[in-house]
Design a protein around this ligand. Sequence first.
Ligand code: GUN
Ligand code: ZN
Length: 429
Amino acid sequence: MAQTTILTGQILSFTRSPFTGDPKDAARLDEAVVISDGVILAIGNAAELRARHPEAALHDYRDKVILAGFIDPHVHYPQTAMIASWGKRLIDWLNTYTFPEEMKFCDPDYAARIAARYLDLTTAQGTTTMSSFCTIHSESVDALMREAQARGQRIVAGKTCMDRNAPDGLRDTAQSAYDDSKALLRRWHGVDRLSYAITPRFSPTSTPEQLEALGALWAEHPDCLMQTHLSEQTDEIEWVRSLFPDARDYLDTYEAFGLLGANGMYGHAIHLEPRERDRLREVDAALVHCPTSNTFIGSGLFDMAGLVADGHRIGLATDTGGGSSFSMLRTMAAAYEVGQLRGTALHPAQLIWLATVGSAQSLNMADKIGNIAPGMEADLVILDLASTPAIAQRSDCADDLWDAIFPTIMMGDDRAIDSVWIGGTQVSG
Ligand code: GUN
Ligand code: ZN
């Protein structure tokens, strides 16, 4: 029989979206969570659950907060080693820093080393699931999938396809992008907790032929996610206009080739035209907000309040290594700051929800991950709300739990991550 485990602490789970109604009442607090065979069996009163499961192993986290593991729905794991590279905007940044680094992933040993380093770094930050762009090399997908599989993680990854406007050694073709993506999808999609995402980098680095080929592949495998970039910087949008003179707008360069749908994830989505917003909403596509990247590369301020009000599905992501941090706490803080610059203060419940349930929804996986409820997979992060003297003295005088969590969101780092559980197994702490 599977080992049953009970974790006690302040179990925080969401009962509804904190973007509708008072955010303070969107969550419930329980004393204990029971897990078995990688899945959550029950949440509730500690004494009752202990009486019901006398055989269970106990982990008492006292006043620490137990949340669903953080979910990062837009990252580039191959950019781990060049994160925080100075002084460029998007196109120059790609050419100067990103492409030379991504070139190294033709070497499977290098890819395996960075995949392991990336998953070590993100686990230390409490991130249990991510959706990663890889490089054009199939080896880069194999490396991340193998490493995540060994760790029992639920992840999404895809080969980044580019057949133009990229240097020699970093281009595929329409046909090879289709063939290699299909082979990888067959190898990894649905294996253990792994999923494949069809991944055109962005329309400037794909010919219409490549976009069409990937649209055809998605039509053959509509249950797969499709991830790409959309309307990140104004220079990029101008470039797209010149490369696709017949397109109505940036989104149309995907839409025209069958790359718009409810399993589509569109990173950044900052400078959207009204038609683009309407279409994205109509098809229920997911938008992914990458606030540390958008400030670091100087891209702009995502319209969280307006897009939520219009009913868009939105995830929150680091965009490593355009983003300047591996931490979802730091990413929540940046989302708060961007919200302030646009005139909306996001509530701590909304920030935590975005990094868990919202990001799970952006992956269409909210039935499996992103919350703590019976039947959900047991990926958990345990937060210490007094991880540094500065945070402790502030949370000490908090009015309620949200007020106690907010200083950790704004000032916390990996020291606030007490422990991490993946698939019902403690992996750190
Ligand atoms: N647009 C196309 N590729 C990338 C990338 O790697 N990072 C970011 N931030 N934007 C992109
Ligand atoms: Zn990106």
